[in-house]
Design a binder for this molecule. Structure first.
Ligand SMILES: [Zn+2]
Length: 342
């Protein structure tokens, strides 16, 4: 099959469009003919190399996959050949205490398609049967592939971790990202008031179309000052973080007393400072979040099929142009998802 493969870590130019062996499925797995694979910041980290994470090389990246089932293992019983499918990115052991409790994102063996195992930037990928999600028929393959990782991450952050309540104020940072555009929609669905930040007015205009209520251009305005002005000096109940070093101080300073900061990433760096006096006296909560559970993703898929949540596709590249797609994602000029079409 054709695939995007890298054999050393580095810049986008390490991504080669080349021949790779067809994946061999196990008895509990399916082989999917990939139609689209959406990119995530995770793909950039995996390609560059992550200290202490020995990614097997050569490697095929890509976590967010839609396609058609081409082959099923002997023990597979819930899906059939020819079925359209979206794949849940998180692959867990299915046997440990966390998995038994439905908390597969706490599984100590969990990884993502395209992370420690081969992913979907290829004509075919293998995945466990339990990762097959129902296909929302109202969506194209490119749209369908744009859902799983960012929507389950944003859902887990806002609901499971930050326990968002109707009427609360949420500051969503970096709304041009896939996870940011998902967060706006989920927060609005649950009746929150959303303050959106982005680096261009054009992105803020798109955030408005998704339902955001207030807008901060972080290139020309100071986030904490604008949040104080918008909330009449109170601050927000929840800060939705994924930017890291560049926004951390503003994020903390934007919290109301009793506020919760929830973070799933650090695209601008992972060094951050916390003034502990501020943390305890204002009774703040700092919450880490990683991916989401399969059960949460099933709920997301229902809401997508019902048209309540919409994947936002910024730009589609052919699979062979994965290097250009990575460079484009790294430039942060997108609003929504960058997708490879296979
Ligand atoms: Zn497990």
């Amino acid at each position: 099959m054709k695939a995007i493969v890298f054999s050393t870590h580095g810049g986008p130019d390490v991504l080669k469009y080349t021949d790779a062996p067809d994946p061999a499925i196990r008895s509990n797995e399916v082989l999917v003919h990939v139609k689209a694979c959406a990119l995530n910041h995770l793909d950039l980290w995996v390609r560059r190399g992550i200290p202490g994470v020995p990614i097997p090389l050569p490697h095929i990246p890509g976590s967010d996959i839609s396609g058609e089932i081409a082959q099923i293992g002997a023990d597979v019983s819930t899906v059939h050949v020819g079925q359209k499918v979206v794949l849940a990115p998180l692959v867990s052991c299915g046997k440990c205490t966390a998995c038994m409790a439905g908390l597969d994102n706490h599984c100590c063996q969990a990884t993502n398609l395209g992370y420690m195992i081969d992913g979907g930037c290829a004509e075919s990928v293998r995945a466990p049967e339990v990762n097959c999600l129902p296909y929302p028929e109202n969506l194209s393959f490119e749209e369908a592939a744009s859902i799983p990782l960012v929507f389950q991450t944003a859902w887990h952050m806002l609901l499971a971790r930050a326990e968002l309540q109707p009427g609360e104020d949420v500051l969503v940072l970096g709304v041009g990202s896939g996870v940011g555009s998902a967060a706006i929609q989920i927060a609005k669905f649950f009746g929150a008031r959303v303050i959106a930040t982005a680096g261009t007015d054009e992105k803020l205009q798109k955030a408005k179309q998704l339902g955001a209520d207030y807008f901060i251009n972080h290139k020309t305005q100071k986030i904490r000052d604008e949040v104080r002005r918008i909330t009449n000096k109170r601050g927000v109940d929840v800060v939705f973080e994924h930017v890291g070093t560049a926004t951390w101080d503003d994020s903390l300073a934007s919290l109301a007393a009793g506020g919760r900061l929830v973070t799933c990433g650090a695209t601008t760096g992972y060094d951050a400072r916390v003034d502990l006096r501020f943390l305890f006296s204002r009774q703040l909560s700092l919450l880490g979040s990683y991916m989401g559970t399969k059960s949460e993703l099933q709920t997301v898929m229902k809401l997508v099929a019902a048209g309540k949540l919409k994947p936002i596709v910024d730009r589609v590249f052919p699979l062979a142009e994965a290097a250009a797609a990575h460079a484009y994602l790294e430039s942060s000029s997108q609003f929504g998802k960058v997708v490879l079409k296979v």
